[in-house]
Design a binder for this molecule. Structure first.
Ligand code: SF4
Length: 245
Protein backbone atom coordinates (compact mmCIF):
# COMPACT_ATOMS: atom_id res chain seq x y z
CA UNK A 1 0.00 0.00 0.00
CA UNK A 2 1.26 3.49 -0.75
CA UNK A 3 0.86 6.23 1.83
CA UNK A 4 -1.71 8.96 1.34
CA UNK A 5 0.81 11.78 1.54
CA UNK A 6 4.55 12.38 1.91
CA UNK A 7 6.10 13.72 5.07
CA UNK A 8 8.19 16.45 3.50
CA UNK A 9 8.90 17.99 0.14
CA UNK A 10 12.01 19.62 -1.29
CA UNK A 11 11.46 23.05 -2.81
CA UNK A 12 15.02 24.06 -3.74
CA UNK A 13 16.99 22.84 -6.75
CA UNK A 14 19.42 20.05 -5.86
CA UNK A 15 22.07 18.35 -7.96
CA UNK A 16 20.55 15.38 -9.71
CA UNK A 17 21.50 11.86 -8.71
CA UNK A 18 23.20 9.83 -11.47
CA UNK A 19 20.94 6.83 -12.05
CA UNK A 20 22.08 4.10 -14.42
CA UNK A 21 19.28 1.59 -14.15
CA UNK A 22 15.64 1.15 -13.20
CA UNK A 23 13.88 -2.07 -12.42
CA UNK A 24 10.26 -1.19 -13.04
CA UNK A 25 8.76 -3.90 -10.83
CA UNK A 26 10.48 -5.90 -8.13
CA UNK A 27 8.94 -8.33 -5.66
CA UNK A 28 12.17 -9.01 -3.79
CA UNK A 29 13.99 -5.71 -3.21
CA UNK A 30 11.54 -4.28 -0.66
CA UNK A 31 10.41 -6.97 1.81
CA UNK A 32 6.62 -7.33 1.69
CA UNK A 33 6.08 -4.74 -1.02
CA UNK A 34 5.86 -4.35 -4.77
CA UNK A 35 8.49 -1.78 -5.63
CA UNK A 36 10.52 -0.17 -8.36
CA UNK A 37 14.29 -0.13 -7.87
CA UNK A 38 16.68 2.64 -8.93
CA UNK A 39 20.41 2.01 -9.26
CA UNK A 40 22.76 4.96 -8.75
CA UNK A 41 26.14 5.22 -10.46
CA UNK A 42 29.33 5.42 -8.39
CA UNK A 43 30.62 3.65 -5.30
CA UNK A 44 33.26 4.33 -2.66
CA UNK A 45 34.08 0.64 -2.30
CA UNK A 46 35.44 -2.00 -4.68
CA UNK A 47 34.16 -5.27 -3.25
CA UNK A 48 35.55 -8.02 -5.48
CA UNK A 49 32.27 -9.96 -5.37
CA UNK A 50 30.14 -7.00 -6.53
CA UNK A 51 27.73 -7.94 -9.31
CA UNK A 52 27.39 -4.37 -10.62
CA UNK A 53 30.80 -3.33 -11.97
CA UNK A 54 29.07 -0.98 -14.44
CA UNK A 55 27.81 1.06 -11.48
CA UNK A 56 31.14 1.00 -9.64
CA UNK A 57 34.10 1.23 -12.04
CA UNK A 58 34.29 4.64 -13.78
CA UNK A 59 35.66 3.16 -17.01
CA UNK A 60 32.61 0.90 -17.23
CA UNK A 61 29.87 3.33 -16.17
CA UNK A 62 26.63 2.90 -18.05
CA UNK A 63 24.66 5.84 -19.44
CA UNK A 64 22.72 7.98 -17.04
CA UNK A 65 18.93 8.10 -17.16
CA UNK A 66 17.66 11.67 -16.56
CA UNK A 67 16.23 11.98 -13.06
CA UNK A 68 13.16 13.79 -14.39
CA UNK A 69 12.36 10.78 -16.66
CA UNK A 70 12.49 8.53 -13.64
CA UNK A 71 10.25 10.81 -11.62
CA UNK A 72 7.74 10.92 -14.50
CA UNK A 73 7.77 7.12 -14.62
CA UNK A 74 7.19 6.94 -10.86
CA UNK A 75 4.32 9.46 -11.13
CA UNK A 76 2.71 7.16 -13.68
CA UNK A 77 2.89 4.20 -11.30
CA UNK A 78 1.38 5.85 -8.23
CA UNK A 79 -1.26 3.47 -6.88
CA UNK A 80 0.25 0.49 -8.68
CA UNK A 81 3.55 0.24 -6.78
CA UNK A 82 3.96 0.43 -3.01
CA UNK A 83 7.52 1.60 -2.79
CA UNK A 84 10.78 2.65 -4.40
CA UNK A 85 14.17 1.17 -3.56
CA UNK A 86 17.19 3.42 -4.06
CA UNK A 87 20.22 1.18 -4.50
CA UNK A 88 23.56 1.37 -6.23
CA UNK A 89 26.48 1.68 -6.36
CA UNK A 90 26.41 3.72 -3.18
CA UNK A 91 23.50 6.21 -3.26
CA UNK A 92 24.75 8.33 -0.33
CA UNK A 93 27.75 9.51 -2.39
CA UNK A 94 25.42 11.92 -4.14
CA UNK A 95 24.50 15.27 -2.62
CA UNK A 96 21.12 15.20 -4.39
CA UNK A 97 19.96 12.00 -2.69
CA UNK A 98 17.99 13.62 0.19
CA UNK A 99 16.05 15.76 -2.31
CA UNK A 100 15.37 12.77 -4.57
CA UNK A 101 14.12 10.71 -1.60
CA UNK A 102 11.93 13.65 -0.56
CA UNK A 103 10.38 13.92 -4.02
CA UNK A 104 9.64 10.19 -4.17
CA UNK A 105 8.29 10.29 -0.61
CA UNK A 106 6.04 13.22 -1.53
CA UNK A 107 4.40 11.08 -4.24
CA UNK A 108 3.22 8.80 -1.44
CA UNK A 109 5.70 5.98 -1.98
CA UNK A 110 7.45 4.04 0.73
CA UNK A 111 11.18 4.67 0.24
CA UNK A 112 13.87 2.08 0.97
CA UNK A 113 17.57 2.91 0.86
CA UNK A 114 20.32 0.33 0.29
CA UNK A 115 23.63 1.65 1.64
CA UNK A 116 27.09 0.56 2.72
CA UNK A 117 26.74 2.90 5.69
CA UNK A 118 29.70 5.19 5.00
CA UNK A 119 27.76 8.47 5.05
CA UNK A 120 26.08 8.74 8.48
CA UNK A 121 25.59 12.51 8.13
CA UNK A 122 23.41 12.11 5.06
CA UNK A 123 21.48 9.22 6.56
CA UNK A 124 20.92 11.28 9.73
CA UNK A 125 19.60 14.13 7.56
CA UNK A 126 17.15 11.87 5.75
CA UNK A 127 16.03 10.29 9.03
CA UNK A 128 15.41 13.81 10.39
CA UNK A 129 13.49 14.75 7.26
CA UNK A 130 11.35 11.60 7.53
CA UNK A 131 11.83 10.64 3.89
CA UNK A 132 12.96 7.04 4.43
CA UNK A 133 10.87 4.07 5.53
CA UNK A 134 13.43 1.28 5.39
CA UNK A 135 17.22 1.07 5.29
CA UNK A 136 19.19 -2.03 4.36
CA UNK A 137 22.82 -1.59 5.36
CA UNK A 138 25.68 -3.81 4.26
CA UNK A 139 27.98 -5.16 6.91
CA UNK A 140 31.08 -6.19 4.99
CA UNK A 141 32.51 -8.21 7.87
CA UNK A 142 34.14 -7.56 11.24
CA UNK A 143 35.50 -3.98 11.28
CA UNK A 144 39.10 -5.17 10.99
CA UNK A 145 38.27 -6.87 7.68
CA UNK A 146 36.50 -3.91 6.05
CA UNK A 147 39.52 -2.60 4.19
CA UNK A 148 40.32 -6.01 2.77
CA UNK A 149 36.76 -6.90 1.74
CA UNK A 150 35.86 -3.45 0.38
CA UNK A 151 39.28 -3.30 -1.37
CA UNK A 152 39.25 0.44 -0.70
CA UNK A 153 40.02 2.74 2.26
CA UNK A 154 37.00 2.70 4.58
CA UNK A 155 36.35 4.95 7.57
CA UNK A 156 34.95 2.31 9.90
CA UNK A 157 34.04 4.94 12.50
CA UNK A 158 31.48 6.22 9.95
CA UNK A 159 30.15 2.68 9.53
CA UNK A 160 29.77 2.33 13.31
CA UNK A 161 28.02 5.72 13.50
CA UNK A 162 25.49 4.60 10.89
CA UNK A 163 24.84 1.37 12.80
CA UNK A 164 24.20 3.47 15.92
CA UNK A 165 21.88 5.80 14.00
CA UNK A 166 19.79 2.91 12.74
CA UNK A 167 19.58 1.31 16.15
CA UNK A 168 18.34 4.61 17.60
CA UNK A 169 15.84 5.21 14.78
CA UNK A 170 12.19 4.25 14.63
CA UNK A 171 12.12 3.19 10.97
CA UNK A 172 12.48 -0.38 9.73
CA UNK A 173 16.01 -1.49 8.98
CA UNK A 174 18.10 -4.57 8.40
CA UNK A 175 21.78 -5.41 8.18
CA UNK A 176 23.07 -7.81 5.57
CA UNK A 177 26.29 -9.53 4.66
CA UNK A 178 27.34 -11.17 1.42
CA UNK A 179 29.20 -14.30 2.41
CA UNK A 180 32.25 -15.31 0.37
CA UNK A 181 33.80 -18.42 1.90
CA UNK A 182 37.41 -17.28 1.66
CA UNK A 183 36.69 -13.85 3.18
CA UNK A 184 34.68 -14.70 6.29
CA UNK A 185 35.69 -17.41 8.73
CA UNK A 186 33.06 -19.01 10.93
CA UNK A 187 34.28 -17.01 13.96
CA UNK A 188 33.75 -13.73 12.09
CA UNK A 189 29.98 -14.08 12.38
CA UNK A 190 30.07 -13.67 16.15
CA UNK A 191 32.11 -10.47 15.63
CA UNK A 192 29.50 -9.26 13.14
CA UNK A 193 26.78 -10.15 15.66
CA UNK A 194 28.50 -8.06 18.33
CA UNK A 195 28.64 -5.13 15.92
CA UNK A 196 24.91 -5.11 15.19
CA UNK A 197 23.61 -6.61 18.44
CA UNK A 198 19.92 -5.87 19.09
CA UNK A 199 18.99 -5.35 15.42
CA UNK A 200 15.55 -6.60 14.34
CA UNK A 201 16.71 -8.38 11.22
CA UNK A 202 19.88 -9.70 9.62
CA UNK A 203 20.15 -11.14 6.11
CA UNK A 204 22.88 -13.59 5.15
CA UNK A 205 23.37 -13.42 1.40
CA UNK A 206 24.99 -16.38 -0.31
CA UNK A 207 27.72 -15.27 -2.70
CA UNK A 208 26.76 -16.34 -6.20
CA UNK A 209 29.40 -16.57 -8.88
CA UNK A 210 28.85 -15.01 -12.27
CA UNK A 211 29.59 -11.43 -13.22
CA UNK A 212 31.89 -9.98 -10.55
CA UNK A 213 33.81 -6.75 -10.17
CA UNK A 214 37.11 -8.58 -9.73
CA UNK A 215 37.62 -11.45 -12.21
CA UNK A 216 39.24 -13.64 -9.51
CA UNK A 217 35.89 -13.81 -7.70
CA UNK A 218 34.31 -15.77 -10.52
CA UNK A 219 35.94 -18.83 -8.95
CA UNK A 220 35.00 -18.06 -5.35
CA UNK A 221 32.50 -20.16 -3.42
CA UNK A 222 30.40 -19.84 -0.28
CA UNK A 223 29.41 -22.05 2.62
CA UNK A 224 27.15 -25.12 2.31
CA UNK A 225 23.47 -24.98 3.27
CA UNK A 226 24.24 -26.83 6.49
CA UNK A 227 27.01 -24.36 7.36
CA UNK A 228 24.67 -21.45 6.62
CA UNK A 229 22.19 -22.89 9.10
CA UNK A 230 24.96 -23.03 11.73
CA UNK A 231 25.94 -19.41 10.95
CA UNK A 232 22.28 -18.39 11.21
CA UNK A 233 22.14 -19.89 14.70
CA UNK A 234 25.17 -17.79 15.71
CA UNK A 235 23.51 -14.59 14.42
CA UNK A 236 20.22 -15.44 16.12
CA UNK A 237 22.03 -14.95 19.41
CA UNK A 238 22.35 -11.26 18.51
CA UNK A 239 19.32 -10.29 16.41
CA UNK A 240 15.56 -10.91 16.45
CA UNK A 241 15.46 -12.58 13.05
CA UNK A 242 18.10 -13.93 10.68
CA UNK A 243 17.22 -14.89 7.12
CA UNK A 244 19.28 -16.61 4.43
CA UNK A 245 19.04 -15.47 0.83
S1 SF4 B 1 28.96 -4.55 -3.38
FE1 SF4 B 1 30.61 -3.14 -2.75
S2 SF4 B 1 31.40 -2.26 -4.67
FE2 SF4 B 1 29.38 -3.18 -5.13
S3 SF4 B 1 27.93 -1.50 -4.90
FE3 SF4 B 1 28.02 -2.55 -2.92
S4 SF4 B 1 29.57 -1.45 -1.72
FE4 SF4 B 1 29.83 -0.86 -3.88
Amino acid sequence: MTRQSGKSQSTHVSPSVPIGGVQKVSLVDYPGHVAAALFTIGCNMRCGYCHNPELVLPDRYIDMIPEEDILLFLESRVGRLDGVVISGGEPTMHAGLPALAARINAMGYLVKLDSNGTNPDMIAQMLDEGTLDFIAMDIKGPLEKYQEIAAYPVDTTAVVRTIQLLRASTILYEFRTTVVGSQLAFDDFASIGELIKGAPRFALQRFRSGKTLHPAFRHETTYSDMEFEAIKKVLEEYVDECVIH
